[in-house]
Design a protein around this ligand. Structure first.
Ligand SMILES: *Cc1c(COP(=O)(O)O)cnc(C)c1O
Ligand SMILES: [Zn+2]
Length: 439
């Protein structure tokens, strides 16, 4: 028996090897997930695992200084170190958002800044695993794979293009036309990907890429492919490690295609199964009101799921109407006593701007998560003395136009309460004195 394999999430018992090109169960069509032989991992005690993981942080010993590959045995032990494609992703900063927390009446609010990563979003965590597995298939197993392809709202494609280029494997990117930022569009272009801008939305691109990857020589990189989830699951483990193996009360994250919430849950669950933690934190998913199928399902107690075309939202990376990982996310939210909240365009933009005024630099999705936090505090679901971690999913610098338009008070449906436009002045000392005199 291998130490990890794919298994159908419907529990129909079918297993598949990791180096097969397969995304769904051939028996029942269910999504697959990577399973690890926990008995092998139990040969080390929880204390031993903690010591190993601590020791690897910031190491240059390839590839263990990566936040993902520092946990290689738990993530993807089947890839040889030589075939790993890594930019030393992960180990991103987790910091106390003291001033913004105080504005909300909290004293224990933390930001996990996943945007501080090679391509500027948490997507690097999963892409390093997926591209490494493909790299091993191509280089060691001599499998014929012409390209790796994905549909994207902008960050998946940036990550895929970077890791594909690092490995020398061609990449194909399907983007919804005019629905990603300039920074996100130029990233795969710069990395040499074949970039196709389609006249549709993300869900439309997703349909086409699934057709395209029925050809086994074109490998699918969307989070339907659970290799992505394996890398992304290190974020929860890393948060606990950064608190010296202590748990926060809540973890809040923005959610779109719903792979990341599943990943977060899987990492924490694995820690519990292996005895590194003795209980689970609660999870809150935050959605944009304009793309809220999970929120609407939550309101029915997860009895109904009604995918609808997503309306336009500033939180473009989560503008998804038919999330591929709905079923995975639903189970995670049940296991973690989770909640779902939503934010309007006005709420997400103003909350991002308010947080920026306390020294953050939020992408709109982080704005959605922080706006959800405010609402959950108001409802009494989250208590002001609880320790809360907000996962900031991308770097604010990828979303400059959002901030430019906000500070010009030019965003539709948003009254920019914190607009801070620059003042244009003649080149005179007196004019400058007058301008700063108001401080
Ligand atoms: C991909 C992405 C998300 C959503 O993650 P899902 O796994 O699709 O739910 C949130 N924020 C940003 C910035 C993203 O790139
Ligand atoms: Zn099955």
């Amino acid at each position: 028996m291998e130490n990890c394999w794919y298994e159908c999430i419907h529990g129909c018992g079918t297993h598949y090897p990791i180096f097969d090109v397969i995304y769904r169960c051939e028996n029942c069509g269910g999504l697959l997930e990577v399973k690890h032989d926990l008995n092998i991992l139990r040969e080390r005690s929880p204390q031993e695992w903690k010591a190993i993981f601590n020791q690897r942080i910031y190491s240059t010993a390839w590839p263990y200084g990566s936040g993902v590959w520092g946990k290689k045995e738990w993530v993807m032990p089947l890839v040889d170190d030589d075939n790993v494609v890594s930019t030393y992703e992960g180990n991103s900063n987790l910091f106390w958002a003291k001033r913004f927390g105080q504005e909300l009446g909290m004293d224990d609010l933390w930001i996990k800044l996943c945007g501080n990563s090679h391509s500027g979003s948490f997507k690097d965590l999963g892409m390093t695993v997926l591209v490494s597995v493909v790299n091993q298939m191509v280089k060691a197993n001599k499998r014929n794979i012409r390209a790796i392809a994905c549909a994207s709202t902008g960050d998946t494609s940036a990550a895929l293009a970077a890791y594909g280029a690092a490995a020398g494997i061609p990449t194909v990117i399907l983007l919804p036309k005019a629905k990603v930022t300039t920074a996100q569009l130029i990233q795969p272009i710069a990395n040499g990907a074949t970039v196709l801008s389609l006249d549709t939305d993300f869900d439309g691109c997703m349909q086409i890429v699934q057709q395209l990857t029925e050809d086994p020589t074109i490998y699918l990189a969307n989070s339907l492919n659970s290799l992505r989830i394996e890398g992304q699951k290190t974020v929860g483990i890393e948060i606990v490690q950064q608190f010296d193996w202590d748990l926060p009360d809540w973890i809040i994250l923005p959610a779109g295609n719903l792979g990341n919430v599943r990943a977060l849950g899987n990492g924490l669950m694995m820690m519990k199964d292996l005895g590194l933690i003795d209980h689970l934190p609660r999870i809150a998913c935050a959605q944009a009101e304009n793309a809220n199928p999970l929120y609407r399902s939550y309101l029915t107690g997860f009895k109904e799921f009604d995918p609808q075309p997503a309306r336009s939202t500033l939180a473009s990376a989560i503008q998804i109407g038919n999330p591929v990982s709905y079923e995975r996310a639903r189970q995670t939210l049940i296991d973690f006593n989770g909640v779902v909240e939503q934010a309007s365009e006005d709420e997400l933009a103003n909350t991002a701007a308010q947080a920026d005024r306390t020294g953050l630099y939020c992408c709109p999705h982080t704005g959605v998560a922080l706006a959800a936090l405010k609402k959950l505090l108001k409802q009494g679901v989250i208590k002001p003395n609880e320790r809360v971690v907000v996962i900031s999913t991308a770097h604010g610098l990828k979303f400059s136009q959002f901030k430019v338009d906000y500070h010009r008070n030019a965003l539709a449906g948003v009254e920019a309460l914190y607009a801070n436009p620059p003042q244009e002045l003649p080149a005179s000392y007196e004019a400058v004195q007058r301008a700063i005199g108001k401080l």
